[in-house]
Design a protein around this ligand. Sequence first.
Ligand code: CA
Ligand code: CA
Ligand code: CA
Length: 537
Amino acid sequence: MLTGALCSCGGDNQGQATRPSSPGSETSTPPTTATQQFVDRAKEGTGSIDLVNATDTVIFSGCLRKNKTEDPRTVGAAAFFTNLTQAEYRLVDFAYVMDTSGIRTGESVETDVGFTVLPRSALVALNSGEELLITHRYDTQPNDRGVSSITIPQGGLAIAPNQRLSIGSVSAIFPLDGSGAKVIDDSRLADGSLFQVCYSATLKRSDWVTGGRIVSYRSPYRDRSYVADPARTTAPFTSFRNTSDKPVRVYGIGSFISNLSSTEPSTHSVEVLINNQTVTTIQLPAHVPGQNSGSLPLAHPVDLTIAPGATLTVKGKVTPNRAIVFDFAAFIFADEGLTSIDENLDMLPVDFNADGYTDIVDLDSSGSFWVSLRVGQGLQNTQQEWARAVGKVDRLIALQPSQSGSVTLQATNNAGLCLNMKSVPSMARFILEYCQNAGSPSLESDIWGDFNGDGFSDRLRVDAPAKAYLVALGSATGLGPDSIWAGGYGAVEKMFVSDANGDGASDVLAEWTNASGLQCKIFYGARDRFRVEDCPR
Ligand SMILES: [Ca+2]
Ligand SMILES: [Ca+2]
Ligand SMILES: [Ca+2]
């Protein structure tokens, strides 16, 4: 997401906001009466609330005036409903309108809007599981999308005593020429109307609500930014099991899709699986550079039942033309009773960047290690994928820091795997080496994956002068000798590992540009050589 946590902007945005100024020479779409009425009502709203008296119903509304966040290219704001009563409250509906009139010709704006539930003293989402729903939109010209709203199913989402509901939004400007996010001139922020989000939420004391509370389950478990490529069309995900003794109903699925390249097209859908069988596919609007993103409901309604012991998997499918950084999350609205499975969370308390804050290391079901560096007390950044396809790990320990201060983790499993993973925080990755071959130099350009699918990580090294792709297979005795797995190919610009065809053996996507444009091949892993195919178009 734009800032990792939804909004590290803090601050308190009251309902009183000035009228958006006229955008001068820009074209603008006049808001419809319904939109304008919503905005006018929100401006009369309360803004942030510290609720002391346990009244039965609270309308929490106002407008978020965005200012620069810790990253000056991102502007944001948040408002808080803080429950200081002894009663549980439920969020039963939410609606918002964003002011897009400030978008200038040649600009696009990427925006996150959503809500989180936090401990009372927290300003931002510090840990995963606190974001209840985040949506993303891409606007390239002033437009009126009307009021985006959602009625939360059943008895709503709970805000317990001493918790706060935070409604937040962040935006960043990406020039359409592809030059990347730019710092917004302070003069454009002065009157508070730039990309202002006006919101309204209804909160009811729980004894005034019929129906049990529901839960928002997030897949993947944490905010994970990753590289989507034509071989890797499944976003990171987390599966859940119904560990209760009652059926769990699933009511809706919200999708956060954010193409961080902004200027590359991508198409998207969501696959919902029960017990690993696809039960429904949700089509999502494509990212078309230069066009406002299509209509995306805050949550797609579904009606599914997960029996006790059954599993639920929600996978984002992202298809780009080339490798791009992407962020996907599904927010699954369902009854209580689901527990995340296949996630190995918080594996070790390690401080990779020596800033005194312990960082977070997770291993997901695909064998990827995810790291988020904490950037302050409790505050975590978006997770990055520091190693892919490492395989099953039964134990992870931290070796003594080296003289250079870098931390090396040692991953072992019961089949005899032993890998040293040297952390390189500046590159957001681990450099791998078999324990048995310690001291044989691993190169930064080495690509690791389980290319023969036997559960042991293997090393791919490109010998560019010889035009040979050399693979050394790993085993319980360490790394074996190099052998040629593909010939005729030299150095490329980008290589990424994933299991493109789902056969359990890692595959390699290679991308480069030559006189005839972008070239893309997939090197499919097999027993002792790569099968090479063009990327799908
Ligand atoms: Ca740290
Ligand atoms: Ca292997
Ligand atoms: Ca494969």
